[in-house]
Design a protein around this ligand. Structure first.
Ligand code: GLP
Length: 239
């Protein structure tokens, strides 16, 4: 089935074959793919060639290896467009996924220096709300939000276990307007590993966002850690 003497190298053709099998549903998320030996016999190529194809797909997050068990099809990553200021709840609803939240902590404190300056608070208390966000029961992100108490004096643990944006817009009638965010690659630390059910050291995407109301007042500084094996961020760019 592979074309020898084709401009596309053999390992590339194997990748194409496996990707096609995945997109057509022959191999689904969680399925084990045939072993290196089986694939090399089937395609009449060396195991090295098969290994290169599989390793590329592992690096791309399409497959994952489990020691002593085999190689499996990973779940498709969630594609998050980098436009529009949306909430986690809205993002999941748009995809037809069920969102859920586990509240890890809800504290009121004097704003740490860096947070106070981003929220433009001279003096004053902030809520520090730490939540794990789930999509279809899988932990996707852990987020710590800092919000001025003066702006949301009646915020409760119950509210933040639902949608915070919905509360702000529909109960408080505030208008959420814009945000600035920075995205960086990192390795999960021990805590993030436990919270996101991934290994410590696994890649994660760290996002820091400062969001503003339409009157220019900053209402939230959030530090989020997203699973890099489940998320990719997409932006359209024009020239
Ligand atoms: C995203 C943002 C957070 C924001 C949250 C609100 O996850 N990164 O900064 O707090 O949405 O989501 P929800 O309205 O579901 O609480």
């Amino acid at each position: 089935m592979l074309k020898k003497n084709h401009p596309l190298p053999m390992y590339y053709q194997i990748e194409e074959f496996l990707k096609r099998e995945i997109s057509e549903g022959t191999f689904q998320a969680g399925d084990m793919i045939p072993s290196e030996r089986e694939l090399s016999e089937r395609f009449q190529v060396s195991r090295m060639t098969v290994r290169q194809a599989v390793s590329n797909m592992v690096n791309d997050g399409i497959l994952y290896r489990e020691k002593g068990r085999g190689t499996f099809v990973a779940e498709k990553k969630i594609e998050q467009p980098l436009k529009g200021l949306t909430s986690f709840t809205e993002d999941m609803k748009l995809r037809g996924m069920t969102s859920a939240t586990r509240l890890l902590s809800f504290d009121v404190m004097q704003a740490p220096q860096d947070i106070a300056s981003k929220l433009k608070l001279e003096e004053g208390e902030v809520y520090a709300v730490k939540r794990i966000r789930f999509a279809d029961r899988q932990a996707m992100a852990v987020e710590t939000s800092f919000l001025p108490v003066s702006l949301l004096p009646d915020l409760t643990e119950d509210i933040v276990q639902g949608s915070m944006y919905e509360y702000m817009e529909h109960v408080l009638d505030l208008t959420i307007s814009h945000a600035r965010q920075e995205i960086e690659a990192r390795a999960a630390d021990e805590n993030e590993g436990t919270e996101l059910q991934i290994e410590a050291g696994a890649p994660v995407l760290h996002i820091e966002r400062c969001s503003y109301l339409d009157n220019g007042i900053p209402f939230e500084v959030v530090k989020s850690t997203y699973r890099a094996d489940r998320y990719k961020f997409i932006s359209d760019i024009v020239r």
